[in-house]
Design a protein around this ligand. Structure first.
Ligand code: SF4
Ligand code: SF4
Ligand code: SF4
Length: 301
């Protein structure tokens, strides 16, 4: 009952946000980019609840028109033998790790883009293709993207991937927080399908309160850490666990310092001895843009 109320609360919250977002959807292009809204949404992942069914992987592929196969093929647990990373064919994956507390009950950790509050990908993108939206999503504009792949290098979670296997017009791919669904008032596909509500969608600030309550109520079940609350300045996706996910190597051990600061200082450090970054970026952007246009026109012909 409590679960149903909670789900409907978050559904309503989603709808409310969607209504607000919907009201501004038409003006999304005109609205300022890279906003850190107080009302931004997030997902709370409870790794102590996740059963590793991988339904989320299937739903994500279906929603993003990626070859998904039959849902029952995801019952194959042999995939857990190796660690997988999200890539252009799977925007989210679930990995399995040894449970420090209960040996026969491995923990399952779903990974995807974290939708950082201060995204390194946004900071690194030299043509402004990436942006952080009001609802918390970090998305990118394929028309602006020149394929330089700086976002891939900058991301502290190693998330953006490139369609290397695509001969014509390969693109950057990553979890887009189901931007097209949420703006219509729908839940992200992975959240909607999760059979045990291991994924809860809602305003990030509310999710943090819920996570704290859970930690307080079940101190034996959870460690006192919400992964993503402060890592790299905070992320929209948050994790609860019974053990340190960074030590488990399920997620990277990161400082609270925002990643763009790090990547910017790297870039500035490198380029300080060469040409000013802006000129070099402009030159690179120009070359890549020309290449892209040349390719488009030859494809057109
Ligand atoms: S996880 Fe990586 S790709 Fe996703 S928002 Fe953060 S920096 Fe960008
Ligand atoms: S939010 Fe959407 S894009 Fe991201 S992992 Fe879930 S289903 Fe995939
Ligand atoms: S659908 Fe839910 S329970 Fe199943 S693997 Fe994904 S997060 Fe875990």
């Amino acid at each position: 009952m409590e679960k149903q109320n909670r789900r409907s609360f978050f559904k309503s919250a989603g709808l409310l946000t969607a209504t607000i977002a919907g009201a501004s959807t038409k003006s999304v292009k005109a609205s300022p980019e890279n906003i850190l809204s107080e009302d931004r949404m997030g997902v709370l992942v409870d790794t102590t609840t996740c059963i590793g069914c991988r339904n989320c992987e299937w739903a994500c592929k279906k929603t993003h028109n990626l070859p998904a196969g039959e849902l029952n093929s995801y019952e194959d647990k042999s995939v857990f033998k190796e660690m997988r990373r999200p890539d252009s064919s799977a925007l989210t994956v679930v990995n399995q790790y040894e449970n420090e507390k209960r040996i026969n009950f491995p923990i399952n950790v779903k990974v995807q883009c974290m939708h950082c509050d201060h995204p390194a990908c946004v900071s690194a993108c030299i043509v402004g293709a990436f942006s952080k939206k009001e609802n918390g999503s970090v998305i990118w504009d394929t028309d602006k993207c020149i394929g330089c792949r700086y976002c891939m290098v900058a991301c502290p979670f190693q998330v953006p991937s490139f369609e290397y296997d695509k001969a014509l017009d390969p693109e950057i791919r990553k979890c887009d927080f189901c931007f097209e669904r949420t703006k219509e008032g729908l839940l992200p596909a992975c959240v909607e399908i999760c059979p045990v509500e291991a994924l809860v969608y809602g305003p990030r600030s509310e999710l943090i309160k819920i996570a704290r309550e859970k930690i307080k109520k079940y101190p034996d079940r959870y460690i006192e850490h919400i992964y993503g609350e402060n890592e790299v300045g905070g992320t929209s996706w948050l994790y609860l666990a019974g053990q340190d996910l960074a030590k488990t190597k399920a997620l990277p051990a990161l400082e609270t310092k925002t990643a763009p600061g790090v990547s910017e200082s790297i870039q500035h450090g490198i380029f300080a001895y060469f040409v000013p970054p802006a000129s070099l970026y402009a030159l690179l952007a120009g070359i890549m843009w020309l290449n892209k246009k040349k390719k488009e026109s030859s494809e057109g012909e």
